[in-house]
Design a protein around this ligand. Structure first.
Ligand code: URA
Ligand code: CA
Length: 435
């Protein structure tokens, strides 16, 4: 086979065979196919799209390009959850112990944040002592005994995707549905879960800015899951404004604790029930979504889910005393209120731009090498659809620099907060896609 012929084939709108796709993925991973040819192919895919069969073949080839995690030693049906990315998305911190507390094994591999999106690993590391690196044996043992553990992705999970994602990032080919779908699903499949719940976000703070694209991405991934023999479903959720109220690592740990104590923001709690019910049903711990939801509500309100979170923190070496005294985590030197410039109703809190503001404060990384400041971030005092008076605080900035030094952040925030005469809370869930 010659790469140039395969590039031409895709350029002309034809489908690549399984053998051709496997040859490309193997050759690219071991360096025999150079970046410039792979760039041409990804651009051809960007314009010509791929069939579900091609996307599945690409996904499986990338999943098999490195380590494939074997979770067979964990009893029960393992269900993974994956979000396509968001701002202030504190879901995993709440969902993992919540679902585990009703008996679903949660063997979760999470990632770090980059750019305006946060990552679960960074948030967990805001808890002093928390270890996100565990041996595979220890990971399996914890999930069997305690039903939950969250670790970092193994270094050699889907290396083809790692290489390809870096290439797409600099060749304007990230925004391609077949490439995003295969990228996400290759990692999920290599991570070993039996069933997968996808949270496909849509809106300013998401990859998929409009609902049509989000639906297509969701159906494509559900279809790949089916062809790869993993039960998969997707929830399409709103990311036009940040989820919950907190954006930033320690702030989100505090938000997770409050939510697990029944005192958290209602949208975050609802999101956890919606995703969690699907996980419980896929794991066959309940027959219906209604039954699953009742179990989760009971676990949250009885304190069972919160106890599970503490157990998870203790199991992974974290300091449990901060979980009982979350105020210990709020160590930013300055708390600066952002007053509304007029009275009215909040009509916009542009999620990605608020994520960038939090990153500029130090809550996120501009490049992979950056270190992050766990203490800083934003706490929304109002959300879209809520009334506000001139002078009232829209949000609190948690910073380690005084107000004079973060005027660029303040300006960016004001540009991305809109107040109008009337406005409505956006729907949290835009749709559910199953096989
Ligand atoms: N997340 C991924 O893992 N891959 C993509 O291509 C986009 C989002
Ligand atoms: Ca949040």
């Amino acid at each position: 086979m010659r790469m140039v012929d395969l590039i031409a084939k895709k350029r002309d709108g034809q489908s690549l065979s399984k053998e051709e796709i496997e040859w490309i993925v193997t050759g690219y991973t071991n360096g025999k196919i150079p970046d410039y040819q792979m760039s041409a192919l990804t651009m051809a895919i960007f314009y010509q799209d791929m069939t579900d069969q091609e996307i599945t073949d690409l996904t499986l080839a990338m999943a098999n390009s490195g380590d494939v995690v074997n979770l067979e030693n964990i009893e029960g049906i393992k269900v993974d959850k994956h979000s396509t990315g968001g701002v202030g998305d504190t879901t995993t911190l709440v969902l993992a112990p919540l679902v585990a507390s009703v008996g679903v094994p949660v063997a979760k591999m999470s990632g770090r944040g980059l750019g305006y999106t946060g990552g679960t690993l960074d948030k967990l590391e805001a808890i002093p002592g928390f270890q996100i690196e565990l041996s595979e044996d220890k990971f399996v043992e914890l999930v069997n005994e305690s039903k939950v553990a969250v670790i970092g992705q193994s270094g050699n999970l889907a290396p083809a995707d790692k290489k390809l994602y870096a290439l797409r990032d600099v060749t304007a080919t990230v925004d391609s549905i077949p490439l995003i779908a295969s990228s996400i699903m290759s990692k999920k499949i290599a991570a070993g879960a039996d069933a997968i719940v996808l949270d496909v976000t849509t809106g300013d703070g998401a990859f998929m800015k409009n609902l049509e694209d989000a639906k297509r991405l969701a159906s494509t991934m559900v279809q790949i899951g089916k062809l790869a023999n993993r039960q998969t479903m997707a929830v399409i959720s709103d990311m036009s404004q940040p989820l919950g109220e907190a954006i930033g690592n320690s702030l989100e740990v505090v938000e997770a604790i409050e939510t697990l104590q029944g005192k958290g923001p209602k949208d975050l709690e609802e999101m956890c029930y919606v995703l969690g019910s699907q996980m419980v049903v896929l794991a066959k711990k309940a027959d219906t979504l209604e039954q699953a939801r009742e179990m989760l509500e009971e676990a949250l309100h009885s304190g069972k889910a919160f106890a599970k979170f503490k157990e998870m923190v203790a199991n992974q070496g974290g300091d449990v005393s901060v979980i009982d005294h979350p105020e210990k985590l709020l160590t930013a030197k300055y708390e600066i209120e952002l007053p509304a410039k007029q009275s009215g109703v909040i009509t916009k809190l542009v999620a990605n731009e608020l994520g960038i503001a939090a990153m500029m404060l130090g809550a996120g990384r501009k490049t992979k090498e950056d270190t992050i400041d766990f203490a800083v971030g934003l706490k929304l005092r109002k959300k879209v659809g809520e009334a506000i008076q001139e002078g009232e605080s829209v949000l609190t900035i948690y910073a380690n620099q005084p107000a004079e030094e973060i005027q660029d952040v303040v300006a960016l925030l004001y540009q991305n907060i809109e107040i109008g005469p009337s406005g409505q809370e956006p729907p949290l869930i835009h749709g559910i896609i199953t096989e």
